[in-house]
Design a protein around this ligand. Structure first.
Ligand SMILES: *Cc1c(COP(=O)(O)O)cnc(C)c1O
Length: 349
């Protein structure tokens, strides 16, 4: 076992989808966001497991990602694209039956001219200032766009992971102002918005991070574990240093394990001298700087020499690891590298 092993629990993924689905009333559809290669876990396998669990609508960031998901799912499920109908994507949108979420008059014009009659959705900006039409632009085009029966009208919350943030209520009000009276299905919430309660659910929710076991869905079942093989161990004496720059110094005679995995695998350099790995339930601190392919770990206190150490698993969630690198679970997941051996557990298909 030369390379690190990333284990993805498809049953946990399915359980998280069902749990988020159960948080909204039965007339609210729960979609699944599988952008960025299924948050780094493999969009094809992830999408198939979620379809098995009951998801019928999937969202990706770009048309190329939609193509990969269509290949995995076959015809049937709706696959929507947040970036809308970009120049050059027309053939892919048509051939793979993807649904662009159109976010400007320019995109609406492009879509209606290139693919008349092809499904589309509408994306509105209610205050995040990232994607979608603001009120004046929407007012100018709404009548024409609505005549062509969009599949969905959606917007996105900027601060949903902070329940008390005033921006949530402000965006909710703006979304109502822009869409009340329209008969098209509406969607405002990702994972954070689901947790804000029924006012935010509308007709469809779009969870991503919660499916993969990340905050703010605290009740999530962990989905990923990552185990790094020990390449070599060595004894260092008091005052010897470990790794580039000699930033870790042995205060007592110590035992160091060098494990396979580094910043080229998404184990961020910010974890240097901060993160912990686990041998069973025993934490072992990172000793020195994370290098490209290797990490030094202080195992002085272990009675035996382990063959591998866990950096993600039951003792350390993606959010706990993220906190040690001053980042968020999303970045940890989507940074996970291509060198890992991926092992999928559970699932049926
Ligand atoms: C990424 C994204 C989601 C999913 O967000 P999570 O916070 O991961 O649940 C939903 N909608 C849009 C527009 C997104 O960009």
């Amino acid at each position: 076992m030369g390379t690190a092993t990333l284990t993805i629990d498809l049953d946990a993924l399915a359980a998280n989808w069902r749990a988020l689905d159960a948080m909204t009333s039965t007339d609210v559809q729960t979609a699944a966001v599988v952008k960025a290669d299924g948050y780094g876990l493999g969009a094809g396998r992830v999408a198939r497991a979620l379809a098995q669990a009951g998801a019928r609508r999937f969202f990706v960031a770009a048309a190329e990602e939609g193509a990969a998901v269509r290949q995995a799912l076959g015809p049937g499920p709706e696959i929507s694209i947040f970036s809308g109908h970009m120049r050059g994507d027309t053939d892919m949108i048509h051939d793979l039956y993807l649904t662009p979420m159109l976010n400007s008059i320019e995109q609406i014009t492009r879509h209606f001219e290139a693919l008349p009659g092809h499904p589309f959705g509408i994306q509105l900006d209610t205050g995040m200032n990232r994607l979608g039409m603001e009120l004046p632009e929407w007012a100018a085009i709404a009548e024409i766009a609505l005549q062509q029966s969009p599949t969905l009208i959606m917007s996105h919350l900027a601060c949903a992971d902070e329940p008390d943030h005033p921006m949530n209520a402000a965006q909710l009000k703006t979304f109502h102002d822009m869409t009340d009276g329209v008969t098209v299905p509406r969607s405002l919430s990702a994972t954070g918005g689901i947790l804000l309660g029924p006012d935010y659910h509308f007709d469809l929710t779009r969870p991503g991070i919660g499916l993969y076991g990340g905050a703010p869905f605290d009740a999530a079942t962990p989905v990923v574990s990552l185990s790094l093989p020990v390449i070599q161990t060595r004894d260092v004496e008091t005052d010897e240093t470990v790794g580039y720059g000699g930033t870790w110094t042995a205060e007592i005679a110590s035992r160091i394990a060098t494990v396979s995995g580094g910043y080229a695998d998404g184990l961020l350099r910010k974890m240097s001298n901060k993160a912990r790995l686990f041998h069973e339930d025993t934490p072992c601190p990172v000793a020195g700087r994370v290098s490209m392919d290797m990490i030094g770990v202080d195992i002085t206190h272990l009675a035996e020499t382990p063959s591998c150490l866990d950096i993600l698993g039951p003792n350390q969630t993606v959010d706990q690891l993220a906190a040690m690198a001053d980042t968020i679970g999303y970045e940890i997941l989507t940074s996970l590298g291509a060198r890992y051996t991926r092992r999928y557990s559970g699932g049926h298909a």
